[in-house]
Design a protein around this ligand. Structure first.
Ligand code: GLU
Length: 316
């Protein structure tokens, strides 16, 4: 497996030249586009990795998967989806235009910024408590109490996050968020600044792939139905406005972030973490996409494949 992972990195590293590191958050622009890593964890807890798999980077939008899970745990499905839809969209990740249309009642889905600001607001706790609860869950799933957020990236985003601030004001005006705007944004910016590596993402992936059970200990953190819901929304909305083509070409429920990470979930089988900070025009890791496309093909991982071993076996 590790041979395959290193080969896929080699085969796709040329794509770096066609991508660009995110710079709209100033602290992200120093990332080295040539650092590329991957890690896969299976349900037995075996880890396979390649390249710069232990390079730390900020989780960014991948955190939206966990804020959705926490919001549903705390407020229930109905409590969440009365304030955010679950529809794919052609809006870019930080768009606000649909929100302000007369019929645009709520954010299209929890994987774009407007939807994620709503889900973060729905996590129990006020002020710092919300973020602490978020961090605690990440530490629990990864079994790593040393996970922290990157203060430089957090401050950089807080100082330049006017678009997210504008989104939050519209949400408040529509009564989709209730608490203090700066408190909610603070929790959102901090959750986006949590530092992870590909191993951590693979652990988060296997957590969802295995019915919301903590890797290695097997402890169930929440109802596995919540994991199914999150995985489904990742499939239709997780790769920004490229989610449709990505589903067709890769077929692995995934969520990307602007610092270059991609989290992949192969239900019942694997959790995947990929890193490569050069992004394509949609904001997805350009090398990460190439690697996941190759991996899916080589191992037959698309959830839409009819002949995947064991997947559709049933007792008659
Ligand atoms: N913190 C980033 C923002 O809100 C997350 C964006 C992303 O990764 O898509 O702009």
């Amino acid at each position: 497996m590790e041979k395959l992972l290193n080969r896929l990195i080699k085969e796709n590293e040329y794509l770096v030249q066609y991508g660009k590191v995110a710079d709209y958050i100033p602290a992200l622009k120093n990332a080295n586009p040539n650092e590329i890593g991957i890690c896969i964890m299976d349900v037995e807890g075996n880890l396979y990795s390649g390249g710069d798999y232990n390079k730390k980077f900020t989780i960014q939008s991948i955190s939206k998967v966990l804020s959705l899970m926490l919001a549903v745990m705390d407020k229930g499905e109905e409590g969440v989806f009365k304030k955010v839809d679950m529809e794919p969209t052609d809006e870019s990740f930080n768009s606000l235009y649909k929100l302000d249309l007369p019929y645009g009642e709520k954010p299209s889905n929890p994987m774009i910024n407007s939807g994620a600001i709503v889900t973060t607001s729905l996590i129990d706790g006020r002020g710092e408590e919300k973020f602490n609860r978020f961090l605690e869950i990440v530490r629990k799933i990864t079994q790593d109490d040393n996970i922290i957020y990157n203060k430089e990236v957090y401050i950089s985003e807080k100082e330049t996050g006017d678009k997210n601030r504008a989104i939050a004001h519209i949400l408040k005006n529509k009564k989709l968020i209730e608490e203090d705007i700066e408190d909610i944004l603070d929790a959102y910016f901090k959750q986006c600044s949590i530092e992870v590596d590909c191993i951590d993402l693979a652990k988060i992936g296997i957590f969802f792939a295995n019915g919301c059970k903590i890797p290695n200990t097997g402890e169930a953190l929440c109802d596995e139905e919540i994991g199914t819901l999150v995985t489904a929304i990742m499939t239709t909305c997780g790769m920004y406005d490229f989610s449709g083509e990505y589903a067709a070409k890769v077929g692995i429920p995934s969520k990307s972030g602007v610092s270059g990470g991609i989290l992949g979930i192969v239900p019942g089988r694997f959790g995947i973490g990929v890193y490569g900070p050069a992004l394509d025009k949609h904001g997805n890791s350009i090398v990460g996409y190439g690697i996941l496309k190759g991996l899916s093909k080589e191992l037959g991982l698309s959830i839409f494949k009819s002949n995947t071993e064991g997947r559709f076996s049933c007792v008659i």
